[in-house]
Design a protein around this ligand. Structure first.
Ligand code: PMM
Length: 308
């Protein structure tokens, strides 16, 4: 006999913007960087065939959506032109979407977002929140897809100079709401917006940790919140206090999964991660813990899953 929790005793998970998967728990977005220079997986999936295989693998691991990007946004990264980004992401998006995998595009360029939606992307993920390209708002409004608005102050090359805050949580939240005003005035339906505090974008490690610790303040805006913590420097910084040899980015997945569980329990509706399986398990634990509501499989499905 398998125990289930009565749906009556848990808060329902909020409905996500139309067009997104609705698994009834925090979504797991798998990262697919078709770039030579991303901080953790740069160069691994530059070949379109390798990129598609990795996207399919993440889907098989349980990714709710695969986020395809063609430009690194690591501190100091060089910008990548539209033509090159299109060549990197469109074939991969088209093939994954054709295979039935929900895909999003990670781009600051309106032209890339437009082509990505044509190729099957169901969400535009813009780390600049529309600041890098003045055409982005109108493009997303016309495409009618959900849009991730990330907190951003400056391009990667000079962003560290902008990591100056009095009250980082208050300022990031206010700056995100300023963007919401501009974006909705340009025609994007507010029900399509997700907010992202932009961990690592013009922020030092202590800023990132304050934003995570006070995630409910960002949530209090009423918008769904996405968290992109995976393998980032602030995770390495937290580990370095406890070890003589803190792990390089590729060794930070267990710590990332812990952050995914905590973010989900604090109400994040999506975590963007490199290692899908560990974060999927983490957000399922957060759901089971009760922090974000719970949708358990029926007893028959659960019995079947346990038998496997
Ligand atoms: N971080 C990176 C890239 N895209 N998108 C969102 N919405 N939020 C993030 O924090 C974010 C992002 C950093 O580069 P990576 O792809 O190597 O993690």
């Amino acid at each position: 006999m398998i125990d289930t929790v009565s749906p009556a005793v848990v808060r329902p998970f909020p409905r996500l913007p139309d067009g997104l998967p609705q698994p009834g728990r925090c979504l797991v977005m798998g990262i697919l960087n078709v770039t030579p220079d991303s901080f953790s997986d740069g160069g691994l999936y530059s070949d379109p065939g390798d990129a598609v295989r990795h996207g399919l693998r993440m889907a098989a691991d349980g990714a709710d959506i695969v986020d395809v990007g063609g430009e690194s946004t690591r501190p100091g990264a060089e910008p990548v032109g539209v033509t090159q980004q299109l060549a990197r992401v469109v074939p991969v998006l088209r093939e994954l979407a054709g295979a039935g995998v929900p895909v999003s595009v990670d781009t600051m360029h309106a032209e890339v977002a437009h082509a990505a939606v044509e190729a099957g992307a169901c969400l535009a993920n813009d780390v600049s929140g529309g600041l890098a390209d003045s055409e982005m708002a109108a493009t997303v409004a016309a495409a009618g897809v959900p849009y991730v608005v990330t907190h951003w102050r400056a391009p990667s090359r000079g962003m560290e100079r902008h990591a100056i805050y009095g009250d980082v949580v208050g300022e990031v939240t206010a700056e995100l709401l300023d963007r919401v005003e501009v974006l909705t005035a340009a025609g994007i339906d507010s029900s399509r917006l997700l907010l992202d505090p932009g961990l690592g974008f013009a922020k030092h490690a202590h800023h990132d940790w304050q934003l995570l610790a006070r995630l409910p303040t960002v949530r209090s805006t009423g918008f769904p919140v996405l968290v992109g913590a995976s393998r980032k420097r602030f995770i390495g910084a937290a580990l370095s206090g406890w070890s003589d040899s803190p792990p390089a980015p590729g060794g930070r997945d267990a710590a990332t999964a812990a952050v995914s569980a905590l973010a989900a329990a604090a109400g994040a509706v999506c975590v963007r991660v490199h290692d899908v399986r560990s974060s999927l398990h983490a957000v399922c634990m957060a759901a089971a813990w009760g922090g974000a509501g719970l949708v358990l499989p029926s007893s028959a499905e659960a019995a079947d899953a346990l038998a496997r």
